[in-house]
Write a protein that binds this ligand. Structure first.
Ligand code: PLP
Ligand code: COI
Length: 354
């Protein structure tokens, strides 16, 4: 019996764009590799995926993605080591979370073979697009949206699953400044905050634009009840170091269960860094910033990796974080990227060779 990977039809591009790319000067997610994977869901079944040249796709104007926003995505990276071997990081966790998002948005789940074999076949073909430059990787964007037609406000009967690849550098350039939000909310109890649904991001753009006008890169979301607790940022989970303890909020209906976040908690345990997973009040963070016990604040995510926060704003005042010599952020970042790029042992079994 043929495996799914063997059934994938590959239509290669006649004009590779790779020579036009400066791999030493990559921004995040703005250029795309030569090929993409496309898989259609119709009549209750996933069809065999196809790999084709990267390019526009055609959709009916009544496709439900345009009207009702059924759309989910994942964010992953492929890393190349010094021997040109290619590695993914905890990819099965992305697959699992993709299906959690799909269920919440009333979309069909994607079987593991379609996700994993599709990914491995595409990356195998696009290996030359994985940067070797330090701090860069091939960002992987699996996504699914409703392609089925009709204005009836109900789940579509057809979907498309795609995987696109973008050789990428750092998500942030320069020092990161965030604003603790106390008017708008990203998500609510019983809502879709835990899903990687496109609409969660669309809803953040306006408050984030307002924050950007004041010079902030991201908003730190607080709970929708009283804006009393720190939850997460627009594209990353948040950690604060109070004294010697690293603290992060528990995941919930409202917070994405980040793979980087849980990896940091596991690495910290091995490194004897004391951690607490508990609600963090804005008040205690502001107080700690004032009395000097707030040592660090950083974001954690696939795109952001571990991004130290230099300044946070709250109620019209900016609070600067100290620049520490041997910060938890730099220690943990080294540990995690050394595993990802196969530069160190992986005692957790997270690395996945392809
Ligand atoms: N929170 C949000 C809202 C995100 O978009 C991301 C990015 O994926 C994260 C957290 C971090 O998740 P992960 O570490 O799985 O990439
Ligand atoms: C990721 O880190 O992979 C994300 O999905 C964040 C994204 C919004 C850029």
């Amino acid at each position: 019996m043929e495996t799914l990977a063997q059934q994938i039809n590959i239509e290669k591009t006649k004009h590779s764009k790779i020579d036009q790319v400066d791999f030493d000067d990559l921004s995040f997610g703005s250029i795309f590799s030569d090929h993409m994977l496309v898989c259609d869901y119709k009549n209750g079944n996933w069809e065999t995926p196809k790999i084709m040249p990267y390019g526009p796709i055609s959709l009916d104007p009544s496709a439900k993605i345009f009207h009702y926003g059924q759309s989910i995505f994942e964010g992953m990276k492929a890393y190349k080591d010094a021997d040109e071997q290619v590695w993914l990081f905890r990819p099965h966790d992305n697959h699992r979370r993709f299906n959690i998002s799909a269920e919440r948005m009333a979309m069909p789940e994607i079987p593991q073979a379609y996700f994993m074999e599709g990914l491995e076949t595409l990356i195998g073909l696009e290996k030359a697009w994985i940067p070797s430059t330090d701090g860069s990787a091939l960002y992987i964007r699996p996504f699914m949206f409703a392609s089925g037609k009709g204005f009836h406000a109900s789940p579509a009967d057809a979907y498309k699953f795609l995987i696109c690849l973008a050789p990428s550098g750092a998500y942030f350039s320069g020092k990161v400044k965030v604003l603790i939000e106390e008017k708008y909310s990203r998500s609510a109890d019983g809502g879709t905050g835990f899903a990687k649904a496109g609409g969660n991001y669309a809803g953040q753009f306006y408050p984030t634009q307002l924050a950007a006008k004041k010079g902030y890169h991201q908003v730190i979301w607080t709970d929708d009840h009283k804006h009393e607790f720190i939850e997460e940022a627009g594209a990353m989970n948040i950690f604060v170091r109070l004294g010697d303890t690293l603290v992060t909020a528990p995941t919930s209906d409202r917070i994405l269960d980040g793979i980087t976040r849980k990896s940091i908690l596991q690495i910290s345990e091995r490194e004897n860094i004391k951690t607490e997973v508990r609600k963090i009040t804005v008040g205690e963070v502001v107080e700690a910033a004032q009395d000097g016990s707030l040592k660090e604040m950083f974001g954690a995510g696939t795109a952001a990796v571990i991004s130290p926060i230099a300044t946070f704003g709250y109620r019209g005042k900016d609070y600067d974080l100290p620049e520490l010599e041997n910060s938890y952020a730099s220690r943990l970042k080294k540990r995690i990227v050394d595993i990802q790029y196969n530069r160190a042992e992986d005692p957790f079994g997270w690395r996945y060779g392809i």
